[in-house]
Design a protein around this ligand. Structure first.
Ligand SMILES: [Zn+2]
Length: 337
């Protein structure tokens, strides 16, 4: 028999199963929409039982929204919704095991913390502020104290490391930011702070790139030599001195490379930042002057050419006039045909 009337419970169940269906097909936006419809049905219903579970569809909707946007505000909304469910109630998130609401609320608490930190980008180390370093340190400590725990929804958030490991990575990155800022001012101190970062990295997983980077900085900053040009002692390759290309004859190499093994190698000499800066700025000035001079010459040449062109034009015009007058004269005096 065809049924014309549906109870709120039936409409609710229908939306929920449509939502799960869409979720299973990977259509997350559709799933969120159906979860929200189920939520509205339950919220407006006169059935007390249904109103009692209104936060279930809402939690599903907000959890999937948070997972798809990754926005801190969405993560916080999801955390609030999930926290309002009885901790032992289970949610079906298409994972091998059902997830308890209490565990999920914990996951979202840590996710919210993690997303409150600046995004880690190894190639932009100098763009971070001291505030970023302290935020990373603060969150890093919280994660470290959570120990070997992992995200229950690790497959959904695609973070498989333990909280401890995540925490040490954050602490290491915080140190790397501080060390980077010290490079300019005190290379020895920077090396010290990079070494602390290395200590934290030793306790974190999947940080090969970080270790490589930190070792490279320690290696370069520890290098001390003398400037070939001014002879002053100088420490910290790439920051306080660098190598410039030059000619090194066999005689010069033999005579001076023994003085300081980092000062000279074949075709290169160490030059302090000040000497380098002087050469750089001076050559910049010289090339600008030559450029301006060349441009001035071009302008003069152009003027000369334009003057010649207009003289030639005037001459052509005169010739045209005289040629046509000769033609007219020839026709008048030519033989009659
Ligand atoms: Zn110098």
């Amino acid at each position: 028999m065809l049924k014309f009337w549906k109870s709120d419970r039936e409409k609710f169940e229908e939306e929920m199963s449509k939502a799960f269906d869409a979720r299973n097909k990977g259509k997350i936006d559709d799933a969120i929409e159906h979860f929200m419809k189920a939520y509205e049905i339950a919220a407006k219903s006169k059935e007390e039982n249904l109103r009692g579970i209104v936060n279930v569809p809402l939690s599903y909707a907000l959890v999937y929204k948070a997972l798809s946007t990754g926005r801190p505000s969405d993560i916080e909304e999801a955390r609030k919704a999930v926290s309002s469910l009885p901790p032992d109630s289970e949610l079906d998130l298409a994972l091998p095991k059902k997830v308890k609401a209490g565990e999920l609320a914990e996951d979202f608490k840590y996710l919210a913390l993690l997303y409150s930190t600046p995004e880690i980008n190894l190639s932009k180390l100098s763009n971070y502020s001291p505030g970023d370093a302290s935020k990373l340190e603060e969150v890093g400590k919280v994660f470290v104290s959570a120990g070997s725990r992992k995200f229950v929804i690790e497959d959904l958030v695609k973070i498989h490391d333990t909280f401890e490991s995540i925490g040490y990575k954050l602490l290491a990155f915080s140190k790397m930011i501080t060390a980077k800022q010290l490079e300019e001012e005190d290379p020895d101190k920077a090396v010290e702070v990079y070494s602390e970062a290395l200590g934290y990295l030793g306790l974190a997983a999947n940080v090969d790139e970080f270790v490589k980077r930190v070792n490279d900085r320690i290696n370069k900053l520890s290098k001390a030599t003398r400037c070939w040009i001014c002879g002053r002692p100088i420490q910290g390759e790439e920051v306080h001195f660098l190598y410039l290309d030059t000619f090194t004859t066999k005689y010069i190499l033999k005579k001076y490379s023994g003085e300081d093994e980092l000062m000279m190698r074949e075709g290169k000499v160490a030059v302090c930042a000040v000497c380098y800066g002087t050469i750089y700025m001076l050559s910049d000035k010289i090339s600008k002057r030559y450029y301006e001079r060349a441009m001035e010459e071009m302008r003069r040449l152009e003027e000369r050419l334009m003057a010649q062109i207009s003289a030639l034009r005037a001459e052509i015009e005169m010739l045209r006039v005289s040629v046509s007058s000769i033609r007219v004269g020839y026709r008048r005096s030519g033989p009659d045909i």
